[in-house]
Design a protein around this ligand. Structure first.
Ligand code: ADP
Ligand code: MG
Length: 269
């Protein structure tokens, strides 16, 4: 068992609220899929402060994608409430979607489009001016070393190239909140490095960056705060340093293994 200071306490919740800077807030959120007798999320409450890189950790099947789909309004919670920038996702989904750039865990794109056509399509959805979309596309295509492929059809792209294009597409409207579901999966080391740099750069620019991962080493080095979920429950929340300072945890990885050692769904890719 880990030190009790790691548990999500009312004190932590109060501290965050007092900062008055909560960008994503989940209040007692539960999700049951269809007729399942299991809760994919079980009374999950958490707050993500603005302008930080926030890691959402958990083994496979923990409920990360479910939570992200609820925050982005793709799915509706069975119980509970979600606020993004103070706006209730259930009441005003469009206002919430405007604020979010979302990179889902799998890239289903219009394969017949070229990369640039896809970026224009995303820019159209969000009503981005011609000037702004051009500037941002140029900037991020350069950042992610995708300029030479921008004129080619997506069907010829590798998985990593599609992922990078989805990342750029999610930034084209300059969102206040950038949400990415397992964004490092499928990226080669160079692309992964570039993305990590950009996650930090966006947070430095004031964007709230929220990403899920089951790779702890990434979160440990990259995140200002992390939460760990398992079986749909929030297990721990804090800075990587706080999570590491538990007396039994020499590293976040060790802590993670300790917290999830009873997981039946921790295997797999
Ligand atoms: N569309 C779905 N229908 C039924 N069960 C689902 C569906 N999506 C996910 N689940 C279940 O919900 C739980 C959480 O899954 P998920 O949110 O994908 O976890 P993670 O992203 O952490 O791997 C798992 O038990 C999974 O089997
Ligand atoms: Mg997932």
């Amino acid at each position: 068992m880990v030190c009790c200071c790691l548990m999500v306490s009312d004190e932590i919740q109060r501290d965050l609220l007092e900062k008055g800077n909560v960008m994503i807030r989940l209040e007692h959120v539960s999700k049951v899929y269809g007729n399942s007798d299991r809760k994919a999320l079980n009374d999950l409450s958490m707050e993500v402060p603005g302008g930080c890189v926030y890691g959402f950790l958990g083994p496979n099947g923990a409920g990360k994608t479910t939570a992200i789909r609820l925050i982005t309004g793709v799915l509706k919670p069975t119980e509970g409430r979600i606020l993004v920038d103070g706006i209730d996702v259930a009441e005003n989904p469009l206002e919430v979607k405007r604020r979010i750039g979302f990179v889902p865990d799998s890239q289903e794109m219009y394969e017949k489009l070229t990369g640039m056509e896809y970026l224009n399509f995303m820019a159209d959805i969000f009503g981005v001016s011609v000037k702004d979309r051009k500037e941002r596309a140029e900037k991020y295509l350069a950042t992610f070393e995708l300029e030479s492929a921008a004129g080619q059809r997506i069907q010829g792209y590798s998985r990593g190239m599609k992922q990078k294009l989805a990342v750029i597409g999610a930034l084209i409207h300059d969102p206040a909140v950038w949400i990415l579901d397992e964004p490092m999966v499928g990226l080669d080391p160079r692309a992964s490095f570039l993305l990590k740099e950009e996650l930090r750069a966006r947070a430095e620019a004031g964007v709230t960056v929220f990403f899920s991962t089951h790779v702890l080493e990434v979160a440990e080095r990259l995140c200002d705060r992390v939460s760990i979920i398992n079986h749909g429950h929030l297990i721990a929340e804090g800075t990587p340093e706080e999570l590491r300072s538990g007396e039994h945890a020499a590293s976040l990885e060790e802590l993670f293994l300790e917290l999830t050692e009873d997981s039946e769904e921790g295997e797999g890719a």
